[in-house]
Design a protein around this ligand. Sequence first.
Ligand code: ADP
Ligand code: MG
Length: 357
Amino acid sequence: MDSSPFLRLRGVVKSFGTFTALDRIDLDINEGEFFTIVGPSGSGKSTLIRLLVGMDDLTSGEIRLRDKRIDDTPANLRPTCMVFQSLALFPHMTVGQNIEFPLKLRKEAPDRRKARALELLDLLRLPQSYYDKRISQCSGGEKQRVALARALAFDPEILFFDEPLSALDYRLRKTLEKELKDLHARTGKTFVYITHSLEEAMVMSDRIAIMKEGRIEQISEADEIYGAPVSRFVAEFMGEVNLFGVTAGGDGTVTSDVLTVRPGATLAKAPSGARGLLMVRPEYVRFADDGAGFDFSLTGTLHGEYALGSRIQYEIETAAGMVTVEKLREDRRAVAEGEQLTVGFNAANTHFIDEAA
Ligand code: ADP
Ligand code: MG
């Protein structure tokens, strides 16, 4: 890896009195990447971003941009910009005046400001006629796009986003998630994005950091966070999951009190920890009557069936607790409550978490 990454945090601590909101954060963010920080409410996400944009001071540690320390640089002198959940647009002004605001601060000539604002309307896929429209006449999604255009008018090196979509309704949120990802690709800027939504993080990000109680629990690409979480916390935070207590043999074999293990079944990556959790996501668990043989199986009683739009979830009560099975709606299986069922999964679709049950 590059010896001096774009944005580097080392040992960043933020305390409020005796409470440690951020505890020795080390983080490297690459130039041009879409980096997302996820975590439950109160885990320190907003505190971290406030330090990065310069809205608050560090207790200790350092932040470097291109190897130059910026933690003492005032917010208005940092090449960064923030997009908030509450958009802070000027409601009595037009769309054009809002977008041009940063350019006016920089004393750019009016014709150049307007040309840039029209370019940004194009980039955000808003009609040029919106230039003269009042903010108060824009819909929620349009306001969000104007706020993004204004943020881009600052021409920041890094754009920070603190849960910008969380107040919007589901459909608009889904649309804007994809638009933000496209906007990132079109601008080539570094995006640092905060959310508590796993889905939002998965759709947009190159890499994801998971925060828990002021610490970073894992930093990985989205697929790896989902498929190979380092802890129970990350596994459960990143969606529905089944976890089984197992004992690893060291040679890829595992034994379990709750799972029937097919003789000869081995994990591709032999775990070193003796006791641990075998993880399988619900979409990889199958009913035994699908005809397949399984490396791992168990039997239980059907507890419930839940329609989730395009997918169906089944909950099966077993000796290992509730097991979740997920199928596409088109593969829906007729089940009766209380029905005895055997379900199973294969080693290739599992991940071993080195953490006692
Ligand atoms: P998140 O954005 O992940 O929901 P925050 O970064 O807002 O979490 O807050 C992290 C923790 O720090 C919370 O426990 C919060 O109460 C605390 N905190 C944040 N700002 C302050 C402050 N100015 N004074 C005291 N405690 C604060
Ligand atoms: Mg927050």
